[in-house]
Design a protein around this ligand. Structure first.
Ligand SMILES: *[C@@H]1O[C@H](CO)[C@@H](O)[C@H](O)[C@H]1NC(C)=O
Ligand SMILES: *[C@@H]1O[C@H](CO)[C@@H](O)[C@H](O)[C@H]1NC(C)=O
Ligand SMILES: *[C@@H]1O[C@H](CO)[C@@H](O)[C@H](O)[C@H]1NC(C)=O
Length: 405
């Protein structure tokens, strides 16, 4: 061995020894101390009046408990069955709201806008924003005609009779619904799982979608970070769904918790979750009642397992969107918005940040509506340069209608 080799050898050995020593030192400093388990009194009051006796115990269930159980089992509510023989759109009846603006002057353009709700929301999310979207405003030469469907399996829209209906498949159903109503070109808007359907529409039906306005652009992050319920819905929707459809208390607790977190993470520490202040109990109970009377908790959870599975997931999230897109980002959404948006949006016309949470339409209809008007006026300029697309709105519905097709 040459001197140099020997030297290198010795240096390597020395370095290793130093490294090992350093690791031990670091470990010593970083190993947490054993927690101190305090002797505490876990019952009411703070009396240390312990009864030291040990006595036999026999399970003894009262007739009252057994009779109540019997009653509940006899009155179990199973999720609803699909209706037989409805064949409106690809075999499913779709429930939707269709609102045309009233009494508008001839120089105001009427633009069709499809808006899609999420979970645990429903069309109740849109009762406040629809009148704003369909009322002309002095600084815009257009106003919206709104079409808002319930997603299949949600509330009054039919659930499928067989597996496989996820966001991708529903995107085609909604395209066909719009077509049935006479709209071949239109704008689309939504957040939460509505955004999954609308992203699929944007990539698959570029000829129909004039522009996409989203209040959940970072769908992928939602799936990774706020994930507990997503895992359950995506893997075992029926296990949870059966209890939700059978218990009004369970349904209310599970759904209301989402509105607390969705409004602002910090509200979770408040006993009332600030629900009455942020949304109002009446609006929230309206929304839960829609799920209860339609028995659609289970069928709504199935949306996740049919959408966020390995086979389809990437098809929705990773395809670039070329239609004009706008993002309204709300600070307290279940994901924390990044400065850099997904590079999936190749034609981003507007990005705005707001104070507010996940349920933008429900909580801040005015802010969201302003953002939609602003984004779509920009998209209109882009679209009018390219094509003459507008289809005059016509149809049997002259005012706010809630209809089945
Ligand atoms: C079980 O409890 C009831 C009252 O709830 C009582 O009448 C009965 O004697 C108890 N039976 C046994 C075996 O302890
Ligand atoms: C329609 O608008 C005009 C002027 O803007 C108003 O005078 C009229 O009362 C409105 N009609 C209805 C039915 O709202
Ligand atoms: C909820 O808020 C409304 C309106 O602010 C109020 O009238 C009502 O009393 C509140 N309800 C409860 C239970 O606090």
């Amino acid at each position: 061995m040459s001197f140099l080799r020997k030297l290198i050898f010795v240096i390597v050995i020395l370095l290793s020894v130093v490294c090992i020593h350093l690791i031990q030192v670091v470990k010593e400093f970083t190993t947490p101390e054993k927690p101190d388990i305090k002797l505490e009194w876990w019952s009411r009051g703070d009396e240390w009046n312990e009864d030291q006796s040990i006595f036999p115990f026999k399970i003894n269930v009262s007739d009252e408990v057994l009779n109540d159980l019997k009653y509940r089992l006899e009155h179990t509510r199973t999720p609803r069955k699909p209706l037989e023989n409805s064949n409106c759109i690809q075999g499913l009846k779709i429930h939707f709201i269709h609102v045309k603006p009233q009494n508008i002057s001839k120089n105001i353009k009427v633009i069709p806008l499809l808006i899609v709700h999420g979970w645990p929301g429903s069309l109740r999310e849109f009762y406040e924003i629809i009148p704003i979207l369909t009322t002309p405003r002095h600084d815009r030469n257009f106003v919206f005609e709104v079409i808002a469907p319930h997603i299949p399996g949600f509330v009054f829209s039919d659930a499928p009779s067989k597996p496989g209906l996820g966001a991708l498949e529903i995107s085609l159903i909604f395209k066909n619904l719009m077509s049935r109503l006479g709209f071949e070109k239109y704008y689309i808007q939504g957040g939460d799982i509505g955004a999954a359907i609308l992203q699929a529409m944007s990539t698959n039906f570029e000829d129909n979608v004039l522009g996409y306005h989203s209040n959940l652009c970072e769908l992928l992050k939602l799936i990774i970070t706020e994930s507990g319920y997503l895992h359950i819905h995506s893997s075992k929707p029926d296990s949870l769904g059966l209890s939700m459809d059978d218990s009004p208390m369970g349904l209310a607790a599970y759904y209301l918790e989402k509105f607390v977190t969705g409004a602002n993470f910090d509200y979770r520490s408040r006993q009332d979750g600030r629900l009455n202040e942020t949304f109002g109990y009446d609006k929230l109970l309206d929304n839960i009642m829609l799920y209860w009377i339609s028995k659609s908790a289970t069928t709504s959870f199935r949306f996740y397992s049919e959408t966020f599975n390995a086979k389809k997931f990437t098809a929705i999230l990773w395809w670039p969107i070329h239609v004009p897109t706008a993002c309204a980002r709300f600070k307290y959404d279940v994901i924390v918005p990044n400065e850099v948006l997904s590079d999936n949006f190749r034609n981003l016309v507007q990005v705005n940040n707001y104070d507010g949470g996940h349920f933008a339409a429900f909580q801040f209809p005015e802010i969201l509506a302003n953002d939609i008007f602003s984004a779509i006026s920009k998209m209109e300029i882009i679209n009018n340069r390219r094509l003459k697309y507008f289809i005059p709105s016509s149809g049997p519905y002259s005012q706010t209608s809630e209809i089945f097709c």
